[in-house]
Write a protein that binds this ligand. Structure first.
Ligand code: NAD
Ligand code: TYD
Length: 380
């Protein structure tokens, strides 16, 4: 599909969105890419410095909940595709402030759906050649049991996992047909938005696709999430707050592999389908934390394991999901996508990136960049 197109990518100033914007702007010079982002605490245009001057890129500061604004933008720019990532994304914040999560993740998604429907229905070709692609999370499926706490070989193979860590902690995996059972306000809001997307397909025929991905890691992730927070803390020898016993399991995927999956699915995925995206790469939190400590210490030339005493067990997260594990074999079989990176490679790259980009970390944690944007966009 090499035609000219105009795409809106929402949440493009965030962690995953910035990788998706970068990939699309560089790979598809014939596309016009509009990054629509409100620039909340999680949005940072520093993430896109390398592509901000490209002729096929435009940034628009807008709230996805602004239905009139989104509709006007779609009409003016003749948008024919939406890749929707904008969301409130941190579980701990959702526990403290569920309203914001319902507002952005549910009402914001509804506003985008309705704007796409109204604009595309007004065109002679209507929904022909259009696409509304909604990015969601595996957390909508709830939590899996840990029937094999010591780990078993999973029934799948993937390039992303090396022998030693290629373990599953139960026989069950999240498949696309699984019932939704969200537990946190974050996952409940994402689940609700997924239902609205499917309802717009089933009711109005809007050409939608939904994908549910496992935990991402890599450069430009806001340092409130486990991996960047802990890398930064290890560097500065600050305590590492491990929730509960550190036994919870997450399935980790390098963010650029997620962006590649989004590219493949946007172009080749079937309308009305759901695809799960994951790396068959399950890790207990405590094991990942030890790898992070060893990697940071090695790169900084500290004695191996010197910082293990930073591990600090703290009160568990309320409603903490025990295990996430994605079965992404449908995507692998039908569209030929596979993760490209071994986990060890991905973690090495990630640790080095955060250690090399201390200024980025300092800027996003100081909040100075937020003040900067407030001034830059004052009155717009
Ligand atoms: P993030 O928090 O890093 O970025 C979110 C972006 O959305 C920010 O740039 C923010 O400014 C923007 N945004 C927030 N509210 C907005 C609003 N009302 N209007 C416009 N823009 C707004 O999130 P992320 O980790 O990059 O996640 C992106 C998407 O991927 C989310 O939908 C998330 O649910 C999903 N997802 C994330 C993961 C993960 O591991 N991070 C895994 C699976 C799925
Ligand atoms: P997080 O990165 O917040 O992603 P999610 O909750 O979406 O999976 O957390 C990953 C795991 O790490 C999760 O099981 C919670 C745990 N965790 C801690 O133990 N300590 C922390 O400080 C954070 C942020 C997370």
């Amino acid at each position: 599909m090499n035609d000219e197109r105009t795409l809106v990518i929402t949440g493009g100033a965030g962690f995953i969105g910035s990788h998706v914007v970068r990939l699309f702007v560089n790979k598809y010079p014939q596309y016009r890419i509009i990054n629509l982002d409100k620039l909340t605490y999680a949005g940072n245009l520093e993430n896109l410095k390398d592509i901000e001057d490209k002729p096929n890129y435009r940034f628009v500061r807008m709230d996805i909940c602004d239905f009139e604004g989104v509709l006007k933008l779609m009409q003016e720019e003749q948008v024919d595709g939406i890749i929707h990532l904008a969301a409130e994304s941190h579980v701990d914040r959702s526990i403290k402030d569920p309203f914001t999560f319902a507002q952005t993740n549910v009402m914001g998604t509804l506003s985008l759906l309705q704007a796409a429907k109204v604009y595309w229905e007004s065109l002679p070709e209507k929904f022909d050649g259009k696409r509304f692609y909604h990015i969601s999370t595996d957390e909508v499926y709830g939590a899996l049991e840990m029937t094999h706490p010591e780990g078993i070989e999973p029934p799948f193979t993937t390039k992303a996992s090396s022998g030693e860590h290629h373990l599953a902690y139960g026989e069950k995996f999240f498949t696309e047909d699984l019932k939704y059972q969200p537990h946190s306000p974050y996952s409940a809001a994402k689940a609700s938005s997924d239902h609205f997307v499917r309802a717009f397909h089933d009711t109005y025929g809007l050409p939608t696709i939904v994908t549910n991905c496992s935990n991402n890691y890599g450069p430009y992730q806001f340092p409130e999430k486990l991996i960047p927070l802990f890398i930064n803390n290890i560097r500065h020898r600050k305590p590492l707050p491990v929730y509960g016993k550190g036994e919870n399991v997450r399935d980790w995927l390098y963010v650029e592999d997620h962006a590649r999956a989004i590219d493949v699915i946007f172009h080749k995925g079937q309308v009305a389908e759901t695809y799960n995206i994951g790396g068959f790469n399950e890790w207990k939190n405590i094991d990942i934390i030890k790898v992070l400590i060893n990697t940071v210490d090695r790169i900084l030339g500290r004695p191996e394991g010197a910082d293990m005493d930073l591990i600090t067990y703290v009160t568990d997260r309320a409603g903490h999901d025990l295990r996430y594990a994605i079965d992404s074999s449908k995507l692998q079989k039908e569209l030929g996508w596979e993760p490209s990176l071994q986990f060890e490679e991905g973690i090495e790259k990630t640790v080095r990136w955060y250690l090399d980009n201390q200024t980025w970390l300092d800027n996003v944690t100081s909040g100075d960049y937020q003040k900067y944007y407030e001034q830059m966009y004052a009155g717009r």
